[in-house]
Every structure is written in structure tokens, then in C-alpha cells.
Design a protein around this ligand. Structure first.
Ligand code: DGJ
Length: 369
């Protein structure tokens, strides 16, 4: 078969100008194998996205085959895309360490990495949930790494439990009985908060969010997952300021994902059932610190009661489109972690209410504007 010379020239030009191999996908296929530019299933679980200079970057946990694949053996994988359907493998952005005494030693648990860009410092800042090697899920620390280049390599800075010795900030409207007093015999609801007050609060499932004013927030499951903390980051985005609020206290919430629409903050999370799926939940608030209002399950249709088999990880605002937000979830496969699938679904709004419907296939035209 003869391939016309013009086709070869166009093919080469497309790769040279976009840096990405010619597009093959023109839609999302939630739950299907999602091949990258090399034809390999994307390996970026519990991930988050960053949009910079016309390119989306997807960061996530690099898993390996088999059950041990839920431990970090490689690090955080990065992919790049201009259209959200086709992803180019950019390699490992943050590598785990061969040094067994290092916080992020190979075999640690490094989950839900999220990257934000700091305009003031010009640095890319990656936050993640870290369980140090050999500590099971007992360390519950927030880890942070930075890079001058979006795709890395990221340099590990530190990990810790946030906000030691700090009491919560109470937004206007917080009910009096929600305020914690650790000097009184700690009640059942506040016992983990008070236990961890001196050393810092537990930080597990997490996301980060940059607000319109440039302030960044770290949102994480705390207090043995019984509470979500919304915690302000400092100007460098690499530390906590000590200002934080507690959300949905006494309920178990994991997998927080946050976005802002028409000045209203939205949060989606999950229940707490290990790797097994459960019902999602959504909240809104007029201020990021709350009070947050619980609204129940945003998913609609068959499988809605188990988030269609997935668990939230990120909500992506689509650049250049109004009211276009993609709900992103992981369909975990704990027995062979590398086979975990991705559920990307369009969020629909009715006024301020949100819904997540299941769609076998869809594309960005699902967003009207
Ligand atoms: C569910 C969490 O959302 C995941 O990130 C992970 O921590 C698993 N639990 C571990 O069982």
C-alpha cells in the first residue's frame, strides 16, 4: 500500500506543532480502557488536573500490577492533553525514593496527588496524602513537593500533620454546639480532634483548590475520616496558616473534590468503605470555610447509589466554557490496581443544584456554552 507523501507531511507537522500524537479519541468512554499516546492504559489514579497555557496536565498515582500496586513503587505520573480526550505520557513527575529512611520511600502509600501553580513564586506545588512506609494508614500526613516545571521533576519538601495546637475557625452561622472545647471532657464527636490537637490533625484523602483571589486551600479527611478540614495554605502554598474549619463533623467523608460556580463553593465527596464504592454526597457554601450545607447524592440513574462504581477524585472546570465542569472518579480495582478505570462525567445544573448522570459515551458538546 502506498501512503501519499502529503499525509506523511501532515502527520509529522501535527506531532511537531502540538507535541501530541494525532488525536484518536473524540469522546469520553467512562469506565473503558483509556489509552495514552503510546497505547498504554493511563496510569494516574486518585488524580487531579491543572490547566496551564492551553494544556491540561493530569497527575495521579502510578500503580503497578497486582494487589501491592496500591503501595507507591514508582511515584506520581503526569500526562498532558490539549483536548482532554487524548493524553501524552509526560513520565513520572515525583519519584519515590530508594532510601528506605526517606518519608516517600518506595513502598509508602502516596495517594491523591494534586498540583497547583503559584503565580507569586512561579512554582508548581504538589500536595498528596502520605502514609510512611511500614505505617499502614497510621501516619495520615500531608506531603508537599515543588517544581519549576509543570511536568517535574518535583522535589519532595516535607510531610506533617497540619495545624498542631490550632483550634478551628468558626464562620458566621456556626451553631454554638459545634464549637470544640478540649478542656472539657472531650465528647464522642470531638475526641479525635482533641487527641490530635498537640501534634496536628490527621490528613488523608485530599484535594487542593485555588480561589479567585489567589488564596489556596487544602481540603482533607481528618479525625479518622470523621470530619473534613478546609485549611488555608500560606502564600507559598507549601505550608498551612493555621486557619481551618471543620466540615460535616462526625460523618465519614472521603475523596473531597471542590469547585466554584457563580460565587458558590461546591464540594463532592464519598462515604468511607475502603476501595468499595458507595454513594457520593455534595455540599455548598457561600464562604469556603462554611457553613457547608449537605445536599445528599448528586448522582442520578442506574448505579447512582454507588457512584456508578467509582469514587470522586477531582472536578475539572473546562477552559473557555461556561458552567462546564467534569466530575472525575476512580473505579478502583484493588486486586490489580493498574487496571483501575476512570469515570469522567459532565455535571448538570438546575439553578444552583447539581446532578451527575451516567453516560456511556459523551463529548464536550454536552456543555452548551
Ligand atoms: C478510599 C480512599 O478514598 C482511597 O484514597 C484509599 O485511601 C482507600 N480508601 C484505601 O482503602
Amino acid at each position: 500500500m502506498r501512503i501519499p507523501i502529503l499525509s506523511i507531511i501532515f502527520f509529522c507537522m501535527a506531532i511537531l506543532t502540538t507535541g501530541v500524537a494525532v488525536a484518536q479519541n473524540a469522546q469520553f468512554n467512562p469506565g473503558a480502557i483509556w489509552a495514552d499516546n503510546n497505547g498504554t492504559h493511563i496510569n494516574a489514579h486518585g488524580g487531579g488536573l491543572l490547566y496551564k497555557n492551553g494544556v491540561y496536565y493530569w497527575f495521579g498515582e502510578h500503580k503497578i500490577a497486582g494487589e501491592a500496586g496500591n503501595k507507591a513503587i514508582v511515584g506520581v505520573h503526569c500526562y498532558a492533553s490539549k483536548d482532554l480526550y487524548n493524553w501524552k505520557d509526560e513520565g513520572i513527575a515525583l519519584s519515590v525514593s530508594e532510601d528506605t529512611t526517606n518519608d516517600i520511600a518506595k513502598g509508602c502509600i502516596l495517594e491523591r496527588p494534586k498540583v497547583i501553580y503559584n503565580k507569586k513564586t512561579g512554582k508548581y506545588v504538589m500536595w498528596f496524602h502520605l502514609e510512611r512506609r511500614g505505617e499502614g494508614y497510621g501516619s495520615a500526613r500531608a506531603g508537599v513537593a515543588i517544581s519549576d516545571k509543570v511536568t517535574g521533576p518535583y522535589k519532595y519538601l516535607k510531610s506533617y500533620r497540619p495545624n498542631p495546637g490550632k483550634l478551628p475557625f468558626y464562620p458566621l452561622g456556626t451553631p454554638e454546639d459545634e464549637k470544640v472545647d478540649c478542656l472539657k471532657a472531650a465528647n464522642e464527636r470531638d475526641k479525635f480532634f482533641c487527641r490530635d490537637l498537640p501534634g496536628g490533625q490527621m490528613a488523608r484523602d485530599m484535594t487542593v483548590f485555588v480561589d479567585d483571589d489567589g488564596k489556596a486551600y487544602h481540603v482533607f479527611s481528618s479525625e479518622e475520616n470523621f470530619t473534613l478540614d478546609v485549611a488555608e495554605l500560606d502564600d507559598s502554598y507549601t505550608g498551612h496558616t493555621g486557619k481551618f474549619s471543620r466540615v460535616y463533623i462526625g460523618h465519614q467523608t472521603e475523596a473531597p473534590a471542590l469547585f466554584k460556580r457563580n460565587g458558590l463553593y461546591y464540594m463532592v465527596g464519598s462515604g468511607c468503605t475502603g476501595w468499595a464504592p458507595n454513594a457520593a454526597r455534595w455540599f455548598t457554601a457561600k464562604s469556603i470555610f462554611g457553613p457547608w450545607t449537605y445536599h445528599g447524592n448528586p448522582c442520578k440513574g442506574n448505579g447512582a447509589e454507588i457512584t456508578f462504581g467509582g469514587q470522586s477524585t477531582y472536578i475539572l472546570p473546562v477552559s473557555g466554557k461556561k458552567d462546564a465542569f467534569v466530575f472525575i472518579a476512580d473505579k478502583w480495582v484493588p486486586k490489580n490496581a493498574i487496571d483501575g478505570r476512570y469515570l469522567w462525567l459532565p455535571i448538570q445544573f438546575k439553578g444552583n443544584d447539581m446532578e451527575i448522570p451516567w453516560l456511556d459515551h459523551w463529548d464536550l458538546n454536552a456543555f452548551k456554552n
